[in-house]
Write a protein that binds this ligand. Structure first.
Ligand SMILES: Cc1cc2nc3c(=O)[nH]c(=O)nc-3n(C[C@H](O)[C@H](O)[C@H](O)COP(=O)(O)OP(=O)(O)OC[C@H]3O[C@@H](n4cnc5c(N)ncnc54)[C@H](O)[C@@H]3O)c2cc1C
Length: 332
């Protein structure tokens, strides 16, 4: 795919975006011996967007079988605690098993499948670990890219940067950066006022059919109505109907949680390809452009394995499964 004969470890890898996708890819590239890895991040911090607005849950049961092996590989590493602090709370998938929810979370009801291997990770710590020692240029926005003979010239707000491989890990902006059919979807998280009765060690509860989840956070509950609203990248619209929907779902399915007072809330964006699967691999049309995008609602869980897949493909020629390849969305 590449026009030059430079050995893979000596190529210059420039990554757009220092969120979980870009940070993990940089981590693995460097771990495997890449000599020149540069991250360009438009913000002054790596966690301004999805990677700093998520629920931090490591949920290993994937709805999509194509992602299960990656989730298992990632979770094994995240669970080890080697990368960042991990709370092995377990997770309850409501309606999918016969475990009594109240045995694990006394004020909650229903039956569930208890997944002992699930938990909650310190996402800020994980990002820091991925980025430790990396060459990250903050406040540096990528404006475009041009081909010059055997290299790419990346135009940025801080001047031009040379790349042999440009890695598009721009999250909600990855569709714009890489000309891909990606849709950001808004999702709102709420945290209720602290209550001493809520134990931080309780597992998360996720009802995929009714569409809500909750877990202990900051002494209260972190709550989500699983809202999904298409939006432009970075357009964090606060929709009051979501809170009404959350209240209705909790009254119906978890009435014993009582009246919860919301202390704070925020909106984040999960970014999806049309088929809901991540995009990992070389662009079908632009030589030297490689995507690590569309991590949707599982980018915390999948980050370790997706970055590893990308780096091994770039440095060692590992095959990318067709279901994840960029080519599946870019018919020649
Ligand atoms: C509400 C919510 C809850 C979630 N809960 C979970 C969960 O519990 N478990 C789980 O596994 N996943 C969860 N996720 C999903 C997870 O957070 C995402 O999949 C993941 O953070 C995506 O990472 P990313 O690096 O692709 O995107 P981002 O974190 O958005 O990073 C992309 C970066 O690219 C930068 N960028 C964009 N364009 C440019 C440019 N032109 N130049 C320079 N920089 C640029 C941006 O500034 C940004 O920092 C949740 C997401 C949301 C929104």
């Amino acid at each position: 795919m590449l026009p030059d004969q430079t050995p893979p470890p000596q190529r210059r890898y420039v990554i757009v975006g220092a969120g979980l996708a870009g940070a993990s890819t940089a981590f693995h590239l460097r771990r495997l011996g890449a000599e020149q890895v540069v991250l360009l991040e438009r913000e002054r911090l790596p966690d301004v967007h999805a990677s700093g607005r998520n629920a931090a849950m490591v949920r290993t049961t994937m709805e999509r079988p194509e992602l299960q092996a990656l989730a298992d590989e990632s979770a094994a590493e995240l669970r080890s605690g080697r990368l960042a602090a991990y709370r092995a709370t377990g997770g309850l998938l409501l309606g999918q098993g016969t475990d009594a929810v109240a045995d694990h979370v006394p004020p909650a009801r229903g039956s569930a499948n208890f997944q002992a291997g699930d938990g909650v990770i310190d996402v800020a710590g994980l990002l820091q670990r991925y980025l430790h020692g990396a060459d990250v240029r903050y406040a540096c926005g990528v404006l475009g890219v041009e081909r010059h003979a055997t290299e790419l010239r990346v135009r940025t707000t801080e001047g031009d940067v040379r790349a042999d491989v440009l890695i598009n890990a721009a999250g909600a902006w990855a569709g714009e950066v890489g000309d891909l059919p990606l849709t950001p979807r808004n999702r709102t998280l709420y945290v209720s006022q602290p209550d001493a009765a809520i134990k931080p060690s309780w597992p998360f509860l996720w009802d995929l059919d009714a569409g809500y989840y909750l877990r202990p956070e900051s002494g209260g509950w972190l709550l989500c109505a699983c809202d999904e609203r298409d939006a432009a990248p970075g357009d964090y619209i606060d929709d009051e109907d979501v809170l009404l929907d959350l209240g209705a779902k909790l009254r119906k399915h978890q009435p014993e949680l009582g009246d919860l007072r919301i202390a704070r809330s925020w909106v984040g964006q999960r970014t999806f390809a049309p088929d809901g699967l991540p995009i990992v691999g070389f662009d079908a049309g632009t030589p030297g452009l490689f995507h690590v995008a569309g991590l949707g609602g599982h980018g915390v869980t999948l980050s370790y394995a997706v970055g590893k897949l990308a780096a091994e493909a770039l440095l060692e020629g590992r095959r990318i499964p067709e279901a994840l390849s960029a080519g599946r969305l870019q018919p020649s």
